[in-house]
Write a protein that binds this ligand. Structure first.
Ligand SMILES: [Zn+2]
Length: 216
C-alpha cells in the first residue's frame, strides 16, 4: 500500500503558489488545484516539459475537455484511501488508459490546452472523491526532496505548551479569534478545523505536517 506522504512534485524544483479556491471564469467557479507554472529559475515552462507521476498507480483516464484540456487521471490506493491525481492542460501524453505507472514516471508533456493562458500544469488531487488542496502536499514533497527532516510536533485536542502557543499565534495572524494561551481546547480545535477547510485539507482538527505547511 502506498502512503500518501510518498507523493512527489510532478515537476521537481518547479514553482507554484497557493491559489486554492481563487475565483475562476469571472467568479463563476473556483480554483480546485495547484498550478505549477515556473521553472526552478523563475522562467516560463516550455512546451512538453516533462510531467511525472506524483504517486505510483493505474492510469484511469486519458481524455480532453474544454476546461482541463488534455488530461490524465492516475488512481492510487493509499493509506488514506483512493487518491486520484489529475494532470491537466497537457500538450502530449506519455501514458494510455490502463497503464501501470511508477512514481516519477513520465505522464506527459506540459502544455496550454483547455482553459489555460500559459504553459503550466494544473495538478488536482481527490482523496476518496473529495477535492483537497495539492499545495501543502507539494510543499511537504519538496521539503522531503531537499532532505529536510524538520521535526513538526503533532498537535491535537488536549495538547499544551509553547508549540500550541505558536500554533495559536499563527491562527490569530490568519484572523481567527482565539487566545494564545498554550492550551489546545475546543476553540483552538474549531479554529484549526475552519482553517483546514479553508485550505482544502481534511478538517480533522489535528495539526500535522500538511496543516503546518499550509500555516507557514
Ligand atoms: Zn489551475
Amino acid at each position: 500500500m502506498t502512503a500518501i506522504s510518498e507523493l512527489i512534485n510532478p515537476m521537481p524544483g518547479c514553482r507554484y503558489k497557493d491559489t486554492w479556491l481563487a475565483p475562476r471564469l469571472g467568479g463563476a467557479s473556483k480554483h480546485y488545484g495547484c498550478d505549477i507554472s515556473r521553472l526552478p529559475d523563475g522562467k516560463l515552462i516550455p512546451y512538453d516539459y516533462p510531467i511525472k507521476a506524483c504517486l505510483p498507480g493505474t492510469v484511469e483516464k486519458v481524455s480532453r475537455n474544454w476546461r482541463a484540456g488534455n488530461f490524465v487521471w492516475i488512481l492510487t490506493e493509499t493509506d488514506k484511501g483512493a487518491v486520484i491525481t489529475s494532470y491537466c492542460h497537457l500538450n502530449s501524453f506519455a501514458v494510455k488508459r490502463g497503464d501501470r505507472v511508477e512514481k516519477g514516471e513520465l505522464v506527459g508533456g506540459a502544455g496550454n490546452t483547455g482553459n489555460s493562458s500559459t504553459v503550466h500544469l494544473h495538478l488536482a488531487i481527490t482523496i476518496n472523491g473529495r477535492r483537497v488542496n495539492p499545495y501543502p502536499y507539494l510543499i511537504e514533497a519538496d521539503k522531503r526532496a531537499r532532505g529536510e527532516q524538520e521535526v513538526q510536533p503533532l498537535l491535537k485536542y488536549g495538547s499544551r505548551g509553547g508549540e500550541v502557543r505558536q500554533l495559536q499565534s499563527l491562527l490569530i495572524e490568519e484572523g481567527y479569534r482565539i487566545k494564545a494561551d498554550g492550551i489546545f481546547g475546543k476553540a483552538t480545535r474549531a479554529a484549526v478545523q475552519k482553517f483546514q477547510k479553508s485550505k482544502g485539507l481534511i478538517a480533522d482538527g489535528i495539526v500535522g505536517p500538511l496543516t503546518w505547511a499550509a500555516l507557514k
